[in-house]
Structures are given as C-alpha cells and as structure tokens.
Design a protein around this ligand. Structure first.
Ligand code: ZN
Ligand code: ZN
Length: 107
C-alpha cells in the first residue's frame, strides 16, 4: 500500500464507493440451489460483471449461488465467461433479477 501515489488512492476510493457490500444479501444466497446443478450453494462473485474491477472483487449485488463443486470448477477453469456459456447459464441476468427482488423487500 505504501507504494500507491495519491491518484491511485483516489481511483481505489472511487471503485470502492461504487461497489455494493451486503452481508445480508450474501446470506440469502447460501444454501440456495446452485445455478448449474441445483445442489446447496455458496455465494460466488461474478468476476466479469464489472469490467474495470482491476483485480478487485465486484459488488455483492453481482453474486450468484454456486455449489462448492461447481464453484471450484469455475475458478479452476479460469475464463469465467466461457465457463458460464458452457453451462448455458447467464449469471449476470440472474444476479440482476435476484438483486432487484431482494431490494424490493421492505423487511
Ligand atoms: Zn453446482
Ligand atoms: Zn467464486
């Protein structure tokens, strides 16, 4: 961190402020059926959801349920976009709809 100049630091603050963080939302994804196989899932951040992430995690609104096994396979595969294409699933669409549904709840 000491190597960062001030312009870098500003850039990171900008990125951070734009990203949604919601532990509550992540909780709602745990135990959900995996988007690929239907098994009990954990939360995965869609890495390509925000193209300028520069190695930072995307917002929690871009999380989808994936079981441990599919999750490991995805990370091992590397090219996430291609991996989802192979599964025939559009995780961004799912994440968008589910996030909207979550925010629509008043409690
Ligand atoms: Zn799975
Ligand atoms: Zn993941």
């Amino acid at each position: 961190m000491a190597l960062l100049n001030s312009s870098h630091r500003n850039l990171m603050t900008t990125f951070r402020s734009k990203r949604v963080r919601s532990k509550k939302y992540l909780q709602t994804l745990r135990g959900r059926p995996c988007l690929v196989c239907g098994y009990g899932a954990e939360a995965h951040h869609i890495m390509f959801a925000e193209p300028n992430a520069m190695g930072m995690k995307v917002g929690d609104n871009w999380c989808v349920p994936l079981c441990h096994s599919c999750h490991m396979k995805l990370h091992a595969f590397g090219d996430e976009r291609t991996w989802w294409d192979l599964q025939g699933v559009d995780p961004k669409e799912w994440a968008k709809l589910n996030w909207e549904k979550f925010n629509g709840r008043s409690d």
